[in-house]
Design a binder for this molecule. Structure first.
Ligand code: BGP
Length: 473
């Protein structure tokens, strides 16, 4: 049985739904410089906002102006929590100002008040793929240690302002994506093929670790009853065959991800992480006192996203399939989504087992879901719905496995917030067409549509799931 206060809810990120990208003093974030892509075409990351170019985040689904209507719908589903992020650029438009932008702070005050009014706990990601673009231009983003101080100032500001309103926090969304896609994660232009890539990203990671640790300490001081976690993409990986070389390759590929979680959960680089730095030719610039900062900033829980599993093979020639930030090998036992993400409910149970065995801290599934093409239907009375049985099937099977991890394997699980509970802009491709929501939003890839909201079949299904605490699936 799931605990009585299990945090059922849903997850989104500011840049993927708020829109109002330059309203009320907001600055430009890296997400505001991402063009629209497609399933087979990557988004482009432009040097600032260029005239005449379409940027999907600029209007997104206009949550900034419609949040009351949307939160009322979340409340109708019975949400106990709502995971969103604060856009750093609403609070500090360029990231390095000394004083915050009051209009930005006031927006999140109103948003959190609206949630609390409905009995919904806000769960807040402090940085979700939306670094202030001015920090990229002036400092090279997280490659510069000064950004740690700016982040600390941002955290102190929001913890002080929202104490009494927000009890659940996460520092960096999918922090390990910094190694795989530093442009999306932090606006850093570097690819794995480039010499110096690892020096750049692991130095930036060191700064994010310090920033996260300082945020944890500050949060505990300012809001003593708060819980603050890390957040990672969990890429559960199997050996492609029973060849021992593939088993070793699986371990090797996971090492990169544990590099991130080990520091944030255990408060220090592992011996293996130190070897990895050496092997990759990285000379980390560290200062006396860093070890202490990391040790004192261990997180309270691990939030993670889970969409699919991957395979590891020592054979470099194996075919690839599309995957969330990771290029994977086709698994013949699994079906894939239209975007090539391999659907694997048991992989969620395995992820929960692996993470809990390794760390024994509470876990929180803060993203999971199916990106799919939805076809809206209009009834005679004019109401719109989507018959999304495929989405219900995906979520049902994942929740079943999640419950086994709790009931049979003893995993300490805080909650479950499926991704993109209201249709929003895809982070990977910038599409609207790739929909995750229980709530349909009339908006297409070219930015057309009325933005009207409609309940899909999954809306009513999820409502029953929450009401029965996961018993009625
Ligand atoms: C995660 C991100 C989210 C979200 C999700 C789905 O990696 O944290 O921001 O977008 O993936 O990905 P996509 O939007 O590319 O389908």
């Amino acid at each position: 049985m799931l605990r009585k206060d299990f945090l059922w809810g849903g997850a989104v990120a500011a840049n993927q739904l708020e829109g109002a990208w330059d309203a009320d003093g907001k600055g430009v974030s890296t997400a505001d410089c991402m063009t629209a892509g497609a399933a087979d075409r990557a988004r482009e990351y432009t040097d600032g906002v260029l005239p005449g170019v379409y940027y999907p985040s600029h209007d997104a689904i206009d949550f900034y102006h419609r949040y009351k209507e949307d939160i009322a719908l979340f409340a109708e589903m019975g949400f106990r929590c709502f995971r969103t992020s604060i856009a750093w650029t609403r609070i500090f438009p360029e990231g390095d100002e000394a004083a915050p932008n009051e209009a930005g702070l006031a927006f999140y005050d109103a948003l959190f008040d609206e949630c609390l009014k409905h009995g919904i706990e806000p769960v807040v990601t402090i940085s979700h793929y939306e670094t202030p673009y001015a920090l990229v231009k002036k400092y090279g983003s997280w490659t510069d240690r000064r950004v740690v101080g700016f982040f600390e100032n941002y955290c102190r500001t929001i913890f002080t302002r929202y104490r009494g309103k927000v009890r659940y926090w996460m520092t960096f969304n999918e922090i390990n994506v910094l190694a795989l896609n530093p442009a999306t994660a932090a606006g850093i232009r570097s690819s794995m093929e480039e010499p110096g890539h690892w020096q750049t990203v692991l130095q930036a990671a060191h700064h994010e670790f310090l920033a996260s640790a300082k945020a944890v300490k500050l949060c505990h001081e300012i809001i003593p009853d708060a819980k603050i976690g890390m957040m990672m993409l969990y890429p559960v990986t199997y050996a492609a065959t029973c060849a021992p070389e593939d088993a070793m390759e699986r371990i090797r590929s996971m090492d990169l991800h544990y590099y991130f979680s080990d520091v944030q959960v255990r408060g220090a680089y592992s011996p293996k992480a130190r070897r990895m730095q050496k092997r990759l030719g990285v000379k980390l610039a560290e200062e006396p006192g860093d070890a202490e900062i990391l040790r004192e900033g261990r997180v309270d829980y691990i939030g993670f996203s889970y969409y699919m599993s991957s395979l590891a093979s020592a054979d470099p020639k194996l075919a690839k399939t599309g995957a969330n930030m990771i290029t994977g090998i086709r698994n013949p036992y699994l079906e894939a989504s239209d975007w090539g993400w391999q659907i694997d409910p048991v992989g969620l149970r395995i992820s929960l087992n692996e993470l809990y065995d390794r760390y024994q801290v509470p876990l929180f599934i803060v993203e999971n879901g199916l990106g799919a093409v939805d076809v809206p239907e209009t009834a005679e009375d004019g109401s719109v719905t989507v018959r999304d049985g495929y989405r219900i099937a995906y979520l049902r099977r994942h929740i079943e496995e999640m419950k086994k991890a709790v009931d049979e394997d003893g995993v300490d699980l805080m909650g479950y917030t499926p991704w993109g509970v209201i249709d929003l802009v895809s982070a990977g491709t910038g599409e609207m067409k790739k929909r995750y929501g229980f709530i349909y939003v009339d908006r297409d890839d070219e930015g057309r549509g009325t933005l009207a909201r409609s309940r899909k079949d999954s809306f009513y299904w999820y409502q029953r799931v929450i009401a029965s605490n996961g018993e009625e699936l």
